[in-house]
Write a protein that binds this ligand. Structure first.
Ligand SMILES: [Zn+2]
Length: 96
């Protein structure tokens, strides 16, 4: 006698099948979350779409890093100018 539990985390109707399980022996592609069998072409296309989304996300993050770098440089320059004018003001108030 053998008892197995259903370890699926989702049901096929409510799943986007993003976690694939590859059976190398049978060449079968299935969803790790809901257990549905998937057409290999569908799986390949889903992976290509996810890859494109990930690349777009990387581009957006690189833009944000570049903008943050430029902003830090600008603020640093402003801070230097502020410190310089403060130092000049103190020096002129000390010397009569
Ligand atoms: Zn699924």
């Amino acid at each position: 006698m053998r008892v197995t539990s259903d370890d699926r985390t989702r049901r096929p109707g409510e799943c986007s099948h993003h976690h694939l399980k590859l059976d190398a022996h049978g060449g079968i592609v299935a969803c790790r979350d809901c257990g549905a069998s998937l057409a290999p072409f569908w799986a390949l296309r889903m992976l290509a779409d996810q890859y494109a989304l990930a690349l777009a996300q990387i581009d957006r993050l690189q833009d944000r890093v570049s903008n943050a770098d430029a902003r830090i440089l600008q603020l640093s320059t402003e801070l230097d100018a502020l410190a310089e004018s403060e130092r000049a003001r103190k020096e002129s108030s000390v010397v009569p």
